[in-house]
Design a protein around this ligand. Structure first.
Ligand SMILES: NC(=O)C1=CN([C@@H]2O[C@H](COP(=O)(O)OP(=O)(O)OC[C@H]3O[C@@H](n4cnc5c(N)ncnc54)[C@H](O)[C@@H]3O)[C@@H](O)[C@H]2O)C=CC1
Ligand SMILES: O=C(O)CCC(=O)C(=O)O
Length: 392
């Protein structure tokens, strides 16, 4: 019989995604001793993550709200949903460019402030509309910083709208590079993008290397009257430097997904409530993807789309599977094999892969492993987590 599993949800997760979890899973927002956690943007850095947790699944792209390093030390994979919400973010970025180019938000505020009779309003409209005249997108240059799932979609959409696109990504993946239209020009660094672009959009993860990526000095390198769009993370942009640049008419507008006191009430700022991925489609895509990944990990030990562990997948050919998360150091496979051999367990199939400091080993053996064997595996220096996964 399948072992009962408990999944704690820290945010609302699309019902279609939750429906992908096996029937023997109990899911809820108030669950003790969970085997796994499903999360969106909830901040987990100060959370006491129970020792029972074997995996965390982020129904989205960014994992900066999750203490990935601490979880790696416990041998716990963090899954995400690469690309599953990219179209939703792309659409909001295009909307953001149009909002800025056509001065739509200040124009709406102007209309909301009109008073008097219809005739008086019409007169004020015709007199006032010149203040909101805008520009069109074709022929303008969009600079894209970060050409992953979202950045490459945005670049493609902008080309279709008749824009020129220049992009920078020091670690672009082969898949993303294939997706990019040939018209996208390659910049050698951030400054090149800033120098060439009328609109600059950011699509990088929040890392030490990207914190305050756009600061006063870099804004100084931007074209006068440029528009900055940030649908990545708040910490990627120095809000104070942005406000100074808007006040000095250096920047035309700042369109972002991250409200903050420094930005509040500024006429040239449009701050949305972290809405990039908030579409029915994106919420469902993300939830389905991570629910399937989480269940396959908990049931079979297979790993797909973990940010801290390699992809590892092995078809089941025996009823007895052992999964070992370990540090990526020499002689781990040798020591694991030796424990199994000493216990008289024949290895039917074995797969070991690594990613950075982490490694992961799946072993199918021909007969049942005892608790004593599992304890011996756990005791190997460098082994971080061991699970026994007999077929249900
Ligand atoms: N506003 C929202 O609701 C959403 C925001 N996001 C944010 O957008 C970020 C990007 O998402 P995806 O495109 O799906 O991720 P992705 O992982 O597909 O792409 C990120 C790209 O940024 C590049 N990169 C990293 N450091 C860089 C640097 N210093 N300069 C230039 N490029 C750099 C990487 O090489 C990668 O190609 C996420 O990490 C998340 O923070 C993602 C989804 C929704
Ligand atoms: O789940 C959300 O609404 C936030 C999405 C996001 O920021 C991400 O996927 O990185």
């Amino acid at each position: 019989m399948a072992e009962p599993r408990k999944i704690l949800t820290l945010n609302a997760i699309s019902a279609r995604g939750l429906a992908r979890l096996p029937e023997h899973y109990t899911v809820g927002g108030d669950i003790a001793d969970p085997d796994g956690i499903l999360v969106r943007s909830a901040n987990m850095h100060d959370m006491d993550i129970p020792a029972t947790v074997r995996a965390i699944a982020r129904a989205g792209a960014g994992t900066n709200n999750i203490p990935v390093k601490k979880l790696s030390e416990r041998g716990v994979p963090v899954f995400n949903a690469p690309g599953a919400n990219a179209n939703a973010v792309k659409e909001l970025v295009i909307a953001g460019m149009l909002l800025a180019a056509r001065n739509i938000v200040p124009a709406i505020s102007f209309v909301e402030g009109l008073t008097g009779s219809d005739e008086e309003m019409h007169k004020a409209t015709e007199a006032g509309k010149k203040h909101f005249a805008g520009t069109e997108l074709p022929g303008r240059t969009l600079g894209v910083i970060g050409l992953g799932a979202i950045g490459s979609y945005v670049a493609e959409a902008a080309i279709k709208l008749g824009m020129d696109v220049v992009g920078f990504d020091p670690a672009i993946t082969v898949d993303a590079a294939w997706r990019l239209p040939s018209q996208v020009k390659r910049a050698e660094n951030v400054e090149d993008v800033l120098r060439m672009a009328d609109f600059v959009t950011l699509h990088v993860p929040l890392l030490d290397a990207t914190r305050n990526l756009i600061n006063a000095q870099r804004i100084g390198a931007m074209r006068p009257g440029a528009v900055l769009l940030n649908f990545a993370r708040e910490g990627v942009v120095d809000n104070v430097a942005v406000i100074e640049a808007l006040d000095a008419n250096k920047l035309h507008a700042y369109i972002c997904d991250f409200p903050a006191n420094a930005l509040k009430g500024h006429a040239k700022v449009v701050a949305l409530p972290h809405l990039g991925a908030s579409t029915e489609e994106a919420e469902e895509n993300c939830a389905v993807m991570v629910a399937e990944q989480l269940a396959d990990y908990l049931e079979n030990g297979n790993i797909l789309n973990s940010v801290n562990f390699p992809n590892v997948s092995m078809a089941r050919e025996s009823a007895y599977r052992i999964a070992v998360a370990n540090a990526n150091v020499p002689n781990m496979v040798g020591q694991i094999s030796s424990v199994l051999a000493t216990a008289g367990l024949n290895i039917h199939n074995m797969l070991n892969k690594s990613k950075g400091d982490m490694a992961y080993t799946l072993v199918d053996v021909d007969s049942a492993a005892t608790d004593a064997v599992m304890q011996q595996l756990s005791a190997i220096t460098g082994v971080l987590a061991v699970r026994y996964l007999p077929a249900a």
